[in-house]
Each structure stands twice: as structure tokens, then as C-alpha cells.
Ligand binder design. Structure first.
Ligand SMILES: *[C@@H]1O[C@H](CO)[C@@H](O)[C@H](O)[C@H]1NC(C)=O
Ligand SMILES: *[C@@H]1O[C@H](CO)[C@@H](O)[C@H](O)[C@H]1NC(C)=O
Ligand SMILES: *[C@@H]1O[C@H](CO)[C@@H](O)[C@H](O)[C@H]1NC(C)=O
Ligand SMILES: *[C@@H]1O[C@H](CO)[C@@H](O)[C@H](O)[C@H]1NC(C)=O
Ligand SMILES: *[C@@H]1O[C@H](CO)[C@@H](O)[C@H](O)[C@H]1NC(C)=O
Ligand SMILES: *[C@@H]1O[C@H](CO)[C@@H](O)[C@H](O)[C@H]1NC(C)=O
Ligand SMILES: *[C@@H]1O[C@H](CO)[C@@H](O)[C@H](O)[C@H]1NC(C)=O
Ligand SMILES: CC(=O)N[C@H]1CO[C@H](CO)[C@@H](O)[C@@H]1O
Length: 330
């Protein structure tokens, strides 16, 4: 207890009151907010299967404790803005994550831990989220529709889990999405119709799932695409010729699918391409001579299809080519 002299206020007390008022005026609620956030995170840690995780010894609760100096936690104005617990040997679920207690969270990197169970629908409460990385865990069940509430999301990595069901239609609400990784899960069904809204995608990784149906034709309008990995699915239909518009595309992996029809000659417009891999599909027709325009190509895999005709002499222009495989065709 601070003992305050009774009677005429001293210079000291007036000064103290002034300082306290200044703090309250400049940071309304900030002290209690951060204590609340600390309590919420601490409670979550207590629910871990390994709450005594040695990396998290800084996560301790004292009176008015602030989480801002804890391992993996960063704050802006005393409120948690970033949580980086990547590769931290956490064994837990997300059921007790304090979704409603961290209103200023923008970056969550919890890649490579042992999170199991499903992704709770309350994930949609983290409305300021820009970055969400939950890759490399043991999360299962479906991707919640509420993911569509995360309207500011630019990076979403859910790859390397056991997620199933189809890609939710609501993903199309994430208009700022730049980097989407859903690879190496058990996702099935077609791309949702709304997928065409994700015009700002640069990186698209959906390999090693059970996705079926056609490649969304809108992909040809995603001008910022740099890398597309769709291999190891059951995608069918034709390769849309609009893909020839993607002048930043460097990598196109579409192997081990069920694509049919011919290789559109417009692929030859993708002059940034360094990797083109379409093996183990059902592609027919001839190899378009326009592929000879892909001067930066180092890898061209077209084997295990039903391509016919001769090998176009234009492939001889591919001076950087290191790996060419055309076997098992007609
Ligand atoms: C999290 O920390 C790791 C290791 O320091 C780093 O590689 C990664 O970029 C960080 N993630 C974010 C979102 O800052
Ligand atoms: C997803 O997997 C769980 C078991 O982990 C199962 O109960 C559920 O039916 C599956 N959902 C779909 C859509 O396949
Ligand atoms: C699109 O992504 C780029 C990064 O590749 C980013 O600089 C830009 O702000 C994004 N635009 C929109 C509208 O999201
Ligand atoms: C190729 O197409 C045929 C006929 O449509 C189909 O029976 C076969 O399963 C396809 N091959 C692959 C690898 O999907
Ligand atoms: C491949 O696609 C064709 C139609 O294009 C379909 O008839 C066939 O069942 C598919 N095969 C597989 C293995 O998905
Ligand atoms: C794309 O390729 C096609 C066929 O190779 C060609 O006719 C067309 O002019 C090209 N478009 C652009 C914009 O380069
Ligand atoms: C080809 O690759 C070189 C070296 O990586 C790069 O400087 C150049 O911009 C690339 N060309 C195209 C058309 O992307
Ligand atoms: C405060 C808030 O946004 N609460 C929401 C958290 O998420 C659940 C599940 O989506 C909603 O029911 C709440 O309204």
C-alpha cells in the first residue's frame, strides 16, 4: 500500500495524480488489456499436453503481467500483434486458443508443431489476421467456413495436415490472398466456384490431395501467379489456354492428374517459366513448337501421356534445359 499524507495535497501527490491521469489519457485500458491477453494466453498454455514446454518458461502470470516480452509474442501499443510459435514443440489442440481475447492479432505463425483436432470456427474472430500458418501439424476434419471472415488474410498455410472435405466456398472472400498452401492434406472435390476471386494469388500450392474436377479457368486472369503446384490430384478436363497470359509464372506443376486434351500452344507465351511438369496425365495431340519460346526452361517433363507426332525442332532453342523427359508417349 502507498500511504498518502492526509490534509493539504503535497506537490508529490499532485504530480502523481497528474502522471496517472496522463497515462490513462494516452493509453486508455492498455494496462488491463495486456493483462487480460496475458491471462488468456497463459490459460491456453495450461491446456497443452506439454504445458511445461521448456521454450515457454517466460509465459508466467504475475499481477498485471504483460505478455509482450514472452517467447514468441510481439505487441503494438501493449496489445498482442504477432504470435510466432513456429517449430516450438507444442503438443495441443486449438480448442482453447483465445480467439476472442486477442483482437489485434495480425500474424500467427504456429507452423511445425503437434496441433491436433479440428480448426475451430472461432478462427473467424481473428478479424485483423494478415498471416496464418498452421502447416506441418496433425489438424483434421474440414476447413471451417468461418475462414472467410479473415478478409485481410494475405498468407494462408494449412499444408501438411490431415484436413479433409472440400475447399470451402468462403475462401473466395479472401481477396487479398497472395500465398495459399493447402497441399498434402486429404482435401477432395472440385475447386469452389468462388476460387476465381483470388486474383492476387502469387503462390498456389494444392499438390497431394484428392481434388477433382477442372482447373478453374479464371486462373488465366491471376496476373501475379509465380508458382502453381497442382500435382498429385485427380484434376480432369483441359489445360485452359488462358494460362498463356501469366507472364510472371515460373513454375507449373500439374503432373499425376487426369488432364486430357492437348497442350495449348499459348503455354509458349509463358516466357518466365523455368519448370513445366505435366507428366502422368492423359494429354493427347502433338507437342506445340511454341514451347521453344520458353528460353528460361530448365525442366520439361511430358512423359507418361498420349502425346503423338514428332519432337519439335524448336525445343533445340531451350539452351538452359537440363532435364527433358518425353518417354511413354505415342
Ligand atoms: C517466425 O519465426 C521463424 C524463426 O525465427 C521465422 O523463420 C519466421 O519467418 C517467423 N514468422 C513470421 C510470420 O514472422
Ligand atoms: C473427415 O475426417 C473425419 C475423421 O477424421 C470424419 O469423421 C469425417 O467424416 C471426414 N469428413 C469428410 C467430409 O470426409
Ligand atoms: C497483391 O499482392 C502484392 C504482393 O504480391 C501486394 O504488394 C499487393 O498489395 C496486393 N494487392 C492487393 C489488392 O491485395
Ligand atoms: C485417361 O482417360 C481414360 C478415358 O477417359 C480413363 O479411363 C483413364 O482412367 C485416364 N487415365 C488416368 C491416369 O486418369
Ligand atoms: C479421368 O477423366 C475422365 C474424363 O475426362 C473420366 O472419364 C475418368 O474416370 C477419369 N479417371 C480418373 C482415374 O479419375
Ligand atoms: C500467345 O500464343 C499464341 C499461340 O502461340 C499466339 O498466337 C499469341 O499471339 C500469343 N499471345 C501473346 C499475347 O503473346
Ligand atoms: C530468365 O532468367 C533470368 C535469370 O534468372 C532472368 O534474369 C530473366 O528475367 C528471365 N527471363 C524471363 C523472361 O523471365
Ligand atoms: C466476438 C466474436 O466475433 N465472436 C464470434 C466468434 O466466433 C463464433 C463462431 O463463429 C461466433 O459465434 C461469435 O459470434
Amino acid at each position: 500500500m502507498i500511504s498518502v499524507p492526509i490534509g493539504k495535497p503535497s506537490f508529490f501527490t499532485v504530480h502523481l495524480v497528474f502522471v496517472l491521469l496522463t497515462i490513462l489519457f494516452c493509453f486508455p485500458g492498455s494496462v488491463s488489456a495486456s493483462a487480460e491477453e496475458a491471462a488468456a494466453l497463459f490459460k491456453w498454455k495450461s491446456s497443452f499436453f506439454n504445458p511445461d514446454n521448456p521454450l515457454l518458461t517466460s509465459w508466467i502470470l504475475q499481477q498485471n503481467s504483460s505478455p509482450c516480452s514472452w517467447y514468441g509474442v510481439s505487441c503494438i501499443k501493449g496489445s498482442v500483434n504477432r504470435l510466432n510459435l513456429s517449430d516450438s514443440n507444442i503438443i495441443s489442440t486449438l480448442y482453447d486458443f483465445p480467439f476472442s481475447s486477442l483482437p489485434n492479432l495480425e500474424y500467427v505463425d504456429m507452423a511445425v508443431n503437434e496441433f491436433s483436432g479440428s480448426i475451430p470456427p472461432q478462427i473467424g474472430n481473428l478479424s485483423k489476421l494478415i498471416y496464418l500458418d498452421l502447416q506441418g501439424g496433425a489438424l483434421s476434419n474440414e476447413i471451417p467456413r468461418e475462414i472467410g471472415f479473415l478478409k485481410n488474410l494475405q498468407t494462408l498455410h494449412l499444408n501438411g495436415n490431415y484436413l479433409n472435405g472440400s475447399i470451402p466456398e468462403e475462401i473466395g472472400q479472401l481477396r487479398f490472398l497472395n500465398d495459399l498452401a493447402l497441399a498434402a492434406n486429404n482435401l477432395d472435390g472440385p475447386f469452389p466456384a468462388s476460387f476465381g476471386n483470388l486474383k492476387n494469388l502469387s503462390y498456389l500450392y494444392v499438390y497431394d490431395n484428392h481434388l477433382s474436377g477442372p482447373i478453374p479457368p479464371e486462373l488465366g486472369n491471376f496476373d501475379n501467379l509465380v508458382e502453381v503446384y497442382m500435382d498429385g490430384n485427380q484434376l480432369s478436363g483441359h489445360i485452359p489456354s488462358t494460362l498463356g497470359n501469366l507472364n510472371k509464372l515460373k513454375v507449373l506443376y500439374r503432373f499425376s492428374n487426369n488432364l486430357s486434351g492437348s497442350i495449348p500452344s499459348e503455354i509458349g507465351n509463358l516466357t518466365s517459366l523455368n519448370t513445366l511438369s505435366l507428366f502422368k496425365n492423359n494429354l493427347t495431340g502433338s507437342i506445340p513448337p511454341s514451347l521453344g519460346n520458353l528460353r528460361n526452361l530448365t525442366l520439361l517433363h511430358l512423359y507418361a501421356n498420349q502425346l503423338s507426332g514428332s519432337i519439335p525442332k524448336e525445343l533445340g532453342n531451350l539452351m538452359l534445359l537440363e532435364d527433358l523427359e518425353l518417354s511413354n508417349n505415342l
